[in-house]
Design a protein around this ligand. Structure first.
Ligand code: NAD
Ligand code: UDP
Length: 335
């Protein structure tokens, strides 16, 4: 099978490329490198012994897309490319709507024109909004509170409409919970630009001495220790979820939303304590007020992925944090 991975140089994309190359699939990456380093290619080759084809280009650019679909025989697309910072999306919403929504529509038009109608899309648990109680299940109503989340919801809805209009499409919207961890080699991992927004890269940078102190956003939530609870999932488990989704696509018609989570919730303080024991020293932190827009508890009902894809998460929290630490401590400044 020959696969196009938009955004395949990024955090989740690069781990998925590794899994696919290890399985002997042909991979073409289209990435504009807006949030990735070209060094990822060397690292992928070091891990797999293989070089994926890389095209530097943009999903918003129809010529770039035409070039890829004309020069390569593509069977299916995994669409990771997008901007992903919630806070930034409030500041520059037009960039988010342009890059994520217009870019996705441009990609889907190019796919239709080249008769490529199998797609896996990177959605997010953020589409469950603020009002559903965990465990979150795919049949719950969706909503979004910030431009980033709205782009994910809009793209999901575009894809549901597209599949309704033409039964040749098979589409899976994978709703990721909180991806963390890194490849066991320590060669690829999460490499945020600037100060990290997400918990794990922040803790990892405190642990390695790049940042001084973690701010814990609130300890007065209605959770066992008062801090926020999330469903952290190993990025390699997530990558394997894409492999399973691809295997399923040719047997499906229509558009399906599927959670990729472990089904377990972990609090901020549990993360901090586990990280301390893995890296062997204390992680200094202070409790500060809640972060606007945060909710207390988010975790998945992971049953649909198990029954429809035959997939379930395999790595435990300790392994996720050991792998995060191996990546961070061997690449303290990132790539
Ligand atoms: P990432 O930023 O590491 O990867 C995204 C990649 O897309 C980057 O390599 C970037 O250079 C590329 N890109 C961005 N805009 C592009 C464009 N217009 N054309 C071509 N390439 C472009 O992010 P990630 O964590 O790997 O996330 C991948 C996808 O999963 C994103 O769509 C994100 O919204 C979604 N997602 C991520 C998380 C998370 O916590 N990491 C959670 C839920 C959903
Ligand atoms: N969090 C925190 N300090 C940080 C970053 C995050 O206490 O510097 C908390 C946040 O309030 C939430 C959890 O960690 O309870 C996960 O946050 P993240 O931004 O990683 O994921 P999301 O909230 O988008 O699920």
């Amino acid at each position: 099978m020959s696969l196009l991975l938009t955004g395949g140089m990024g955090y989740i994309g690069s781990h998925t490329v590794v899994q696919l190359l290890d399985l002997g699939q042909d991979v073409v990456i289209l990435d504009n490198l807006s949030n990735a380093s070209e060094k990822v290619l060397e690292r992928i080759e070091e891990i797999t012994g293989k070089q994926p084809l890389f095209v530097k280009g943009d999903i918003c650019n129809r010529d770039d897309l035409n070039r890829v679909f004309t020069e390569h025989q593509i069977d299916a697309v995994i669409h990771f490319a997008g901007l992903k910072a919630v806070g930034e999306s409030n500041e520059i919403p037009l960039s988010y709507y342009h890059n994520n929504v217009s870019g996705s529509v441009t990609l889907f038009q190019a796919m239709a024109d080249h008769n490529v109608k199998q797609l896996v899309f990177s959605s997010s648990a953020t589409v469950y909004g603020e009002h559903n109680l965990s465990p979150l299940i795919e049949t719950m109503p969706t909503s979004a509170t910030n431009p980033y989340g709205k782009t994910k919801l809009m793209i999901e809805n575009i894809l549901f409409d597209l599949a309704k209009s033409d039964s040749e499409w098979s589409i899976i919207n994978l709703r990721y919970f909180n991806p963390i961890g890194a490849h066991a080699s320590g060669l690829i991992g999460e490499n945020p630009n600037g100060i990290p927004n997400n918990l794990l890269p922040y803790v990892a940078q405190v642990a390695v001495g790049r940042l001084e102190l973690l701010s814990v956003f609130g300890d007065d939530y209605d959770t066992p220790d008062g801090t926020g609870v999330r469903d952290y999932i190993h990025v390699v488990d997530l990558a394997n979820g894409h492999v399973k989704a691809l295997e399923k696509l040719s047997a499906l018609s229509g558009c399906y939303a599927i959670n990729l989570g472990t089904g377990n919730g972990t609090s901020v303080l549990e993360i901090v304590n586990t990280f301390s024991s893995v890296c062997g020293h204390e992680i200094p932190y202070q409790v500060v007020p809640r972060r606007a827009g945060d909710i207390a508890t988010v975790f998945a009902n992971a049953e649909k992925a198990r029954s429809l894809l035959g997939w379930q998460a395999e790595y435990d929290l300790n392994t996720m944090i050991e792998d995060t630490w191996r990546w961070q401590s061997s690449n303290p400044e990132g790539y």
